[in-house]
Write a protein that binds this ligand. Sequence first.
Ligand SMILES: Cc1ncc(COP(=O)(O)O)c(C=O)c1O
Length: 416
Amino acid sequence: MKPVVQVAPRLAHRMAQMQPSAVREILKVAERPDVLSFAGGLPAPELFPVEAIAAAHAEVLAKDGAFALQYSTTEGYGPLREWISGHMRRQGIAASVNQILITSGSQQGIDLVARILLDPGDVVLVENPTYLAALQVFAAYEAKLVPVASDDDGMQMEGLEALIVAHRPKLIYLVSNFQNPKGTSLSLPRRQQLAALADRYGVVILEDDPYGDLIFRGERLPAVATLGSSNVLRISTFSKTLAPGLRIGWLSGDEALVRKVTIVKQAADLHTATLSQRATATLLRDFDLDGHLAKLRSVYGHRCDTMLAALRANMPAGTTWVEPGGGMFVWMQLPNGLDAEALFAAALAKHVAFVPGSAFFVDAVRRDFLRLNFSNRPPELIIEGMRRLGEVVHAAVASPPPPVVRRAETVPPFAQ
Ligand SMILES: Cc1ncc(COP(=O)(O)O)c(C=O)c1O
């Protein structure tokens, strides 16, 4: 037999920039049943309205089974878009049905917006740090990412105009409420400045807002999309309020731009799952969403407060963290510049896990931050987890572990 000569398949150029998500790799280890993980960005599963979702699916299949299992329009199921339009109106955001596109999770919204705007080498301005899976999308379109500094009031506006003038970005991406990973929100004056800049320079703002409904402290701020610019595209989702497995999100904004996004969605997946859309619309018809949101806010607020109290009780001096008013995450800075990646193995040895913060930075990667999720664990496990983590951090302060030397392929995609 002739020896088989194996020739490696030739991958697209963009794959050079694409790395496995550090968070997903970490989640694999953190998912071990013996590990008390605060790494995933997971909602509380015991609060999923399972029975109502099951009843809605049963009703849809019984009454409209053939339609629910058929192909459908790319724009999305009419009654669901109507419900979302009304829901947005109640939140002060005017969007007609024609300005709403149903997406397969809000993650697809990020991808589709990138697809209509970005050519290789185009610049996207992003908060730094920011949502890792958005960075992965922009990498897939071979965009050049330019970081914008952020503080406790979100993306800093000083310097943003200079960056816009210098780089002529096509897109500015930000998470306006209870950001992932930091838990911070963009202040009102900054929202107004941002909307004004979008108009002045004709740059599209992608306002990603999966967490706005999970507010448990403070005042709800107006969406950037309501502040007068037609260049703001907004995405949201039922992933954090109903259940992520439904994979129902939506995009809204200027009708002409939404139309462009609809065209690329046709090529991406034809449409979002018909059954899931119809079941979600049926659920929302009868479901007390406001009551459900009130429950989520109360449970998450309590879990967050439990975590903050446990951090105060267990962390050594010099450790700091953001106190969020909503969302699902606490962003913590280790004392003495300790390396969170180096701490990860020690934490696993104590059966506790987090996400090292380095994964969320675009450049000038900081090693001394970590992200903790509080929505997915009951208070008693949060207390136990923070006790274990406190021991790990105390031990590291006493005897700092050597920094992790990264193998080339584990360097986060934008760490230069
Ligand atoms: C900031 C942000 N945007 C978008 C998403 C994607 O959510 P989904 O696609 O489930 O709607 C997430 C999920 O964690 C997120 O944190």
